[in-house]
Design a protein around this ligand. Structure first.
Ligand SMILES: [Zn+2]
Length: 351
């Protein structure tokens, strides 16, 4: 099993306010604002940028950011994120987009500063598909049944831990996507977790976690940019919480299963787009891949997924909004240490 420290590190720059401060050196590139990784290293006290060829590392103590010039893959403490735009050399400096800084790095590095986040006590579980919609299939079974099984196991664990749990379906029935999102919106102080399994060619493997694309960011599940990318969605009001929840969920899923990490991605799936509740959609492996399909068919794997979701929800709740609204930090006078709630505390204690 892979062992790596999965650590939350979070920081919403309260976008405009923080980035308006002169400490951030924004440079225009391809019509977008970029900020250098050196600038990011300085702000988050991650030391100076180490570069070897196209490989880039910012590291300080237990925190580590890794990227590669030209690639959208970006690792925070070895957990894979897919940036909205690849790392680029801008003005001679390896840089990432301001969008990725404010909508990804900040809330992930400093979750306690996410503004207006609610104290979570309710979880909405959304098993994908159902009824006439089987979803993907393997030799062993259908996605709709696996998703429901994981959701029921998760429900039991969450209830035992004191959460209120509601399900968009708890039997094998078809529920339209719009109804699922609307249902979630009825509950305050909630998180929305949609459970799916993937399908593609034989080769594709691993787990991935989707969360809503911020306004203006292309969906990674689409063929290319579309005009609709610029239409604000109800879910965009929860951008910071969405990515924080995705980080918490993906971390425990990947860590506990040691499945291949396909990363945290952005999409505008209806259940994410229309939901006013912070939410994620998890893909727990590929039914089209023989090895993944065999694992998914075991109750042990599905129980482990349920345990990972419980652990993620608890980690999220502990990390987000723990600090009452503070004056927004600036790079020059922010002497407080970014908080680092540990995601994985004692993995061996879990079944
Ligand atoms: Zn599905």
């Amino acid at each position: 099993m892979r062992r790596f420290p999965l650590i939350f590190i979070f920081l919403l720059l309260a976008t405009a306010r923080l980035l308006a401060v002169g400490d951030w050196n924004l440079v225009k590139f391809e019509g977008r604002d970029y900020v250098s990784l050196s600038n990011i290293g300085q702000f988050y006290q991650l030391g100076s940028l180490q570069q070897s060829g196209s490989n880039l590392i910012l590291r300080s103590g237990s925190r580590c950011l890794k990227g590669q010039l030209g690639s959208p893959e970006f690792y925070i403490n070895n957990l894979k994120f897919i940036l909205s735009y690849p790392v680029a050399e801008v003005g001679g400096q390896p840089s990432i987009s301001r969008m990725d800084l404010t909508k990804l790095l900040e809330p992930v590095l400093r979750p306690s500063r996410i503004l207006n986040s609610t104290k979570v006590n309710t979880i909405i579980l959304d098993p994908g598909h159902g009824g006439h919609d089987n979803g993907a299939a393997s030799l062993f079974g259908n996605e709709k049944n696996y998703a429901l099984d994981v959701a029921l196991r998760t429900r039991d664990l969450l209830r035992a831990a004191g959460f209120q749990v509601y399900m968009t379906r708890s039997t094998d029935r078809f529920v339209p996507l719009e109804e699922r999102a609307a249902f979630a919106g009825r509950f305050p102080n909630a998180l929305f977790i949609s459970i799916h399994f993937n399908s593609s060619g034989n080769e594709a493997t691993g787990v991935e976690t989707f969360t809503l694309a911020p306004r203006g960011v292309p969906s990674m599940a689409a063929d290319g940019p579309a005009l609709s990318d610029f239409v604000p969605c109800p879910g965009n009001g929860r951008d910071a919480e969405n990515i924080a929840l995705a980080c918490a969920t993906h971390a425990t899923l990947v860590y506990n299963s040691a499945m291949f990490d396909r990363g945290i991605k952005r999409a505008r799936f209806v259940v994410l787009r229309d939901s006013i509740t912070p939410g994620v959609l998890i893909e727990g492996g590929f039914l089209s891949n023989p090895n993944d399909a065999r694992r998914i068919a075991t109750t042990a794997y599905r129980q482990q997924m349920a345990g990972s979701i419980l652990q993620a929800v608890e980690n999220y709740r502990n990390a987000v909004g723990t600090r009452p609204t503070l004056p927004v930090a600036t790079a020059s006078n922010d002497t407080t240490k970014p908080n680092i709630p540990v995601v994985i505390t004692n993995p061996s204690a879990r079944k």
